[in-house]
Design a protein around this ligand. Sequence first.
Ligand code: HEM
Length: 520
Amino acid sequence: MASFLRQFTSSVAPIPSSTSIPLVDIRIPSFITSSSNSATWFYTTAAIVGGLLVLEQSVYRYKKKQLPGDRWTIPVIGKFADSMKPTMEGYMKQWNSGALSAISVFNIFIVMASSNEFSRKILNSPGYAEPCLVHSAKQILMPDNWVFLTGKTHVEYRRVLNTLFTRKALSIYVGIMDSIARKHLNEWLAAAQKDPSPRAIMMTARDLNMHTSLRVFCGNHIPEQGAVEINEKYWYITRALELVNFPFAFPGTKVYGAIQARKVAIKWLELAASKAKTAIANGCEPECMLDQWVKEMEAPGYKGRKDFSDREMAMVVFSFLFASQDAMSSGLIYGFQHLADHPDILAKIREEQYRVRAGDVDKPMTLEMLEEMPYLKAFVKESMRIKPPVTMVPYRTTKAFPISDDYTVPANSMVIPSFYNSLHDPSVFPEHDELVPERWLDPDSSANANPRNYLVFGSGPHKCVGIEYAMMNIGLVLATASVLMDWEHQVTPESDKVQIIATLFPKDGCLLKFSPRPRP
Ligand code: HEM
């Protein structure tokens, strides 16, 4: 590029100005002067553009240093085309190119970390790197949402939110989860009776999760009409979670649709927060997360902030929906698919279910019962190891980050820890592509000896706040399904291919055929 520019400029003859040869009075036709002006503009513009392109390449190569990655970046857009249609194969190629590797998208310099050491280092270095949600997240979640807090204020806010997932709180939620799971599974059976052909569970599993989360978080403080409205509109939010979106939220854009959906959701969630405060003030016992939150703030030993406004509480609940809906749906859908494809594992799950339920499949699930189901828990953990719903989380460096002895990530770069290689490390997970729940049941297994490799929920100060709830919900739905119904998987050429819609899903949406299961 530089040599091209040198040749180009040296072949351009200097154009004399009219003042440099004052004694010569030659009338120059106007079409000649205007074309020489245009030529000047053309050459100047070309030189500026060329200079910027050279600068772009130089900055990229300076930041990349010895890291694996393209030697040159595509001018202006970089790897934008790849980020529009991400594939697992593409990501794997990048991760396998090195423990750290570089790319650039729209001149955002990105360092991908694929090893456990570097991924964990990024997640656990709040002094150098902070989570960096996709650009649209700020527009959708609103800039004053707690999820954008960092440092000490984040730690303090998190301390309050952790109280929403204590054992006491989870024991309130489990009854709600059980009754909603049964309602939906019976609807799936009724639909299958009408039309027994296999159907994709992509959307029906999402509906189940949304319904469960709304009722766990807000109980009956949201009327049915509100729950339906939020559920119907939520897909607009998922659609807008792309890495790169049209920057302005004009009507018709995905982000605009997501903002409208958020406005509807926040309206109902604010109402729910206000009703929870009234219910607890009137002496009611907590029946959902919002109630539990208000009750917690009243407790004599409570040390945190007590003045959460309805809007703040609504934004927290909305952030939970935002963080959980896609990931939990991915985990649940792959759970169904993995069990259908591994009848031996499903048989072990059923054996455990019948034993703990003492043959009574109508018995509502309790926390104590779940604790007696180690095989179920091991399966859920293993299913998400094989297909982690979230494969990576973008962070941003706040200052130059000396990540290794010989490489420092420049300030204001994106650093993306990825989890796939940690979760498929053959030295920790022998037969790493095989679904083996037993590896979690042996306390001396290498899987249990290396908990740092299990990055499904991240690590460090921003580690997922909803781990227990998510694991419990996925386990509870699969366990209840295993005793109420049989399901067959229609395997297609797309079943083992992955589509990435913020999280991972089977490309064919997971086609299942359900039928009622005879009682024991
Ligand atoms: C299978 C389901 C889920 C998976 C795989 C998952 C995974 C993750 C991951 C990888 C992170 C980023 C962690 C990091 O940066 O180190 C995260 C953060 C988060 N998750 Fe989850 N999650 C799930 C379900 C949930 C649920 C059910 C909730 C809420 C009820 C939730 C709420 C959050 C929140 C609020 C954060 C941000 C925490 C912070 O910044 O302090 N997630 N999750």
